[in-house]
Design a protein around this ligand. Sequence first.
Ligand code: PA5
Length: 339
Amino acid sequence: MKRGHIKEIDRWGMIEKLMRFPEMCEEALSFRVEPPKQKISRVVLAGMGGSGIAGDLIRDWLDPSIPMETCKGYLLPNWVDGETLVVATSYSGNTEETLSCFSDAMRRDAALIGITSGGKLEEECNKFGKPLIKIPPGLPPRVALPYLFFSTVVIMKECGIVSRRDEEIRESIKTLRELREKMDPEIENNRAVVVAKKIKDTIPFIYAPPPLYGAAKRFKTQLNENSKIQAKVEFFPELCHNEIVGLGAAPKNVSFVFFRDVEESEKMKVRIEFTRKLVGEKKAIELRGEGKGRLSRILSLVYFGDFVSFYLAILRGVDPTPVEEISELKTELTRLPQS
Ligand code: PA5
């Protein structure tokens, strides 16, 4: 794919930002935050869309020893209390669900930390003296994922929830750099372009086993926002209890993307192979993360999926950056009386 052609469609320059993904990860690892003084027994990671996905990925990676939930709505779970750490993440700082969770956490005396590039969330953190990680502004929220993800990692480290994982983190960034080399648009048989061509003009159904739930969800949402197509995501083993019924008769314009991982148990392998047979080999694409550690495998799949969604946008002739429907709805909501 020629750079000149990409430039004509990618008017807001998403490709340059995508290419900086590994450096953004490293930059974020140098961020610092004051840990809360209270004892932490539970964690809620609150955030929506491109900001919220960081929480899903963290949970998949850590398999944490204390309860850790993501919250994608206006209210925190009922059990949030003074021993709960609530991380409120909103790239813009103006997402009303996340701001509502911030207020909810305040009411319950939870330990509260914000991650944002500015907006009301920054104002609220400053007003109430809550710790904040401020990340660089000016990006589409979903492109800021490396900042959002590793800011959360920094918080988890400061709070003692993540320890002795530095080698795994270093490996993941090395893997991302190596992957980037292979993602250059002008490289012949660029695998992301090959996958984008395969799913073009189809509705991709994405199926993933643990610990790839967040990575698969990210792929789906990047296809929505960057490529402007519909896609769906389902998870093993749950999909074996519903989705597989009638799957052989799925419409012709559906493609299937199977996320695979070295951590699959023997039974999980059987489930995945069984499902693959149902959809027919022709329609199935298999994606695996790179590297040894779980973090490397998760983040390399995320990064690869980001490139697929980007190249699919270019193949479809749509600018990957604007997300008009999301912006319009947010504007409409701000017209309502604010409570
Ligand atoms: O990618 C996007 O633009 C959205 O999914 C946003 O991330 C989502 O609407 C939430 O906004 P923010 O990330 O600013 O809190």
